[in-house]
Write a protein that binds this ligand. Structure first.
Ligand SMILES: Nc1ncnc2c1ncn2[C@@H]1O[C@H](COP(=O)(O)OP(=O)(O)OP(=O)(O)O)[C@@H](O)[C@H]1O
Ligand SMILES: [Mg+2]
Length: 342
């Protein structure tokens, strides 16, 4: 038995989690089999919230470790510390979790070096044990113990990836930004705004996500949308709220910031056609026509990649017709456009 106070790791209040598919049942089944689980998905899409929710639902303590490249195996497992009475062993978070039967959540695990991650191997196969070599102890995992890891597949490079022998110890669950209605509901609930405002924020984010790989490493996350909504609910005007929560954190590139600000402007102005004033219609039209369309998904809507990607095309003499096509496409799809000279 351990003398660790596991109560401190218990989640006392039910976290708000809006399920997006069958992830709750899938996780429940994986937990029942004590299968290690890997959550993959972009930043701010709900992975941590999901783990907190599941730990609450399963009534298990949750120990979260934010992994980084300086982390050593001792940071996970434990080490001897010096005090007045000599040396004293202190368990690391992984050992504590294994002893008390917690869910151990290793966040952004690819950040840790591969020689660090291998310490989880004996805990993640049939052995379910953790050798504390320096202490000369073999910890048998508590029957309730489970390991969950998360990572963002987009950021990993060849240098930073998990070994196959690590990956193949986990069941995987893909996470992504929720579909429009669900994300609107989340932003409304978490941000304390009305459905209309939440809906507009989600539309802005969706357009930014299409710019991933075209000047943005990642689109606006659900987390940032919640921030924007929280600012609006505190009385900040929506344009400034979006600038602070959605545009400034995302990129330092002035062109891209202009693009994102224009998109924010466009969607915040978006009111029903009948309610629009003449000035709004004109402003909207101006925003639309001085742009070149950079929307990767457009081909699926029937336009060729060349037509919508003029900067990657050798056919610069297409420009006037491209502009026309792009304006029409942006008007049709409400996409994000970049204002640039050919
Ligand atoms: N399905 C959901 N239900 C409730 N809230 C959600 C959901 N998805 C996202 N959120 C909101 O988005 C915020 C960010 O989610 P979370 O912290 O879980 O992201 P994450 O995927 O762990 O990101 P990171 O990889 O950066 O750690 C949460 O605080 C919550 O407000
Ligand atoms: Mg997280």
């Amino acid at each position: 038995m351990s003398d660790i106070n596991s109560d401190q790791y218990q989640i006392k209040e039910e976290p708000y989690y809006r399920s997006v598919g069958n992830e709750v049942e899938m996780y429940q089944a994986a937990y029942d089999a004590r299968m290690p689980v890997m959550l993959k998905g972009p930043t701010g899409c709900g992975k941590s919230r999901f783990v907190e929710y599941m730990a609450y639902k399963l009534n298990k303590p949750l120990i979260t470790v934010a992994c980084n490249e300086d982390m050593t195996a001792s940071d996970l497992v434990g080490r001897f510390l010096l005090d007045i009475n000599g040396t004293k062993w202190q368990d690391g978070p992984l050992t504590v979790a294994a002893r008390i039967g917690a869910i151990c959540y290793l966040d952004e695990v690819v950040e840790a070096r591969q020689d660090t991650t291998v310490v989880i191997h004996p805990l993640t196969d049939h052995r379910r044990e953790l050798p504390l070599e320096k202490k000369g102890e073999l910890v048998k995992a508590h029957p309730d113990f489970q390991i969950v890891i998360s990572y963002n597949p987009g950021y990993q490079s060849l240098m930073k990836d998990l070994k196959q022998s690590t990956k193949q110890r986990f069941g995987g669950m893909d996470f992504d930004y929720p579909e429009t209605e669900i994300e609107t509901e989340i932003v409304q609930h978490e941000g304390g705004v009305d459905a209309d405002t939440a809906g507009k924020l989600v539309q802005i984010a969706q357009r930014s996500r299409n710019l991933k790989g075209h000047g943005l490493d990642e689109g606006m996350s659900t987390r940032l949308l919640v921030y924007a909504a929280q600012l609006v609910s505190k009385g900040i005007d929506p344009m400034s709220a979006c600038q602070m929560a959605l545009v400034t954190p995302l990129t330092d590139d002035p062109d891209m910031r202009d693009t994102l600000s224009a998109a924010v402007h466009l969607f915040l102005m978006r009111v029903g056609r009948r309610e629009r004033t003449g000035a709004q219609t004109k402003q909207r039209a101006q925003l639309m026509t001085h742009v070149v369309y950079r929307f990767e998904r457009v081909p699926s809507q029937g336009l060729s990649t060349r037509a919508v990607n003029p900067f990657q095309s050798a056919h610069t003499d297409w420009y006037p017709s491209v502009l026309a096509v792009c304006s029409a496409a942006s008007a049709y799809l409400g996409g994000i456009c970049v204002r640039r000279e050919p």
